[in-house]
Design a protein around this ligand. Structure first.
Ligand SMILES: CC(C)(COP(=O)(O)OP(=O)(O)OC[C@H]1O[C@@H](n2cnc3c(N)ncnc32)[C@H](O)[C@@H]1OP(=O)(O)O)[C@@H](O)C(=O)NCCC(=O)NCCS
Length: 174
């Protein structure tokens, strides 16, 4: 295992992204249903830029980032699950756990399996003390994933350029 490996679960492998993941991630970011609670569908060029940001900024500057979720039986990259640094959430710096999978992978418990592994990695390997999830209150599947990995509703946050407050779910390291 090299240092780009994060974790494996019963059905998934989590690893750093590389630039060859562009096609697989375009399948995630070009689907309007997948992007419904986000900024809308993205182009292939945007996905290339996002991957470069993972490699050149997130992993190197923060020491963490979004990780590729690989289905072990097919070796397909089915989306991301990972960690994002937010310098100011209601006046505090926070680390968010976020997840996004291609639609054909939904409904199999994959997001819960990936998020649970990333949560353990954040608390035990990275020594992060607290994780949040920032979720649109209408995004029932995402809320369910957050709750299933032990996060609890804490408060609201009005992020810049948003039209309504998101909900913050949080979990502290024990
Ligand atoms: C959120 C997302 C990652 C979940 O992926 P997934 O692999 O299908 O998630 P899981 O199967 O692990 O769990 C989903 C849970 O939501 C539940 N769920 C699904 N649709 C639901 C709905 N409309 N209302 C209530 N619960 C719902 C499922 O039943 C499941 O819970 P259960 O295991 O207790 O039955 C996926 O839907 C996605 O990529 N959505 C678009 C991107 C996104 O919104 N990301 C989160 C941004 S905060």
């Amino acid at each position: 295992m090299n240092n780009h490996y994060i974790a494996s679960t019963e059905r998934l492998i989590l690893r750093h992204f590389h630039i060859l993941d562009a096609e697989a991630m375009h399948q995630v970011f070009c689907d309007p249903e997948v992007m419904r609670f986000s900024d809308g569908v993205q182009t292939k060029e945007w996905v290339q830029g996002w991957l470069h940001t993972c490699l050149e900024r997130y992993y190197q500057t923060w020491g963490f980032g979004p990780y590729a979720v690989v289905e072990s039986k097919s070796w397909d990259v089915i989306g991301y699950c990972g960690l994002f640094y937010f310098p100011d959430v209601n006046g505090h710096p926070e680390v968010e756990i976020g997840y996004r999978l291609r639609r054909s992978a939904w409904g199999h418990g994959y997001a819960t399996e990936a998020a649970s592994a990333v949560r353990t990695f954040a608390f035990t390997t990275l020594g992060i003390q607290r994780l949040i999830a920032i979720i649109d209150p209408s995004n029932a599947p995402s809320i369910q994933v957050a709750k299933k990995i032990g996060m609890q509703y804490e408060t609201e946050v009005m992020l810049e350029s948003y039209t309504h407050p998101d909900h913050i779910y949080a979990n502290e390291r024990r």
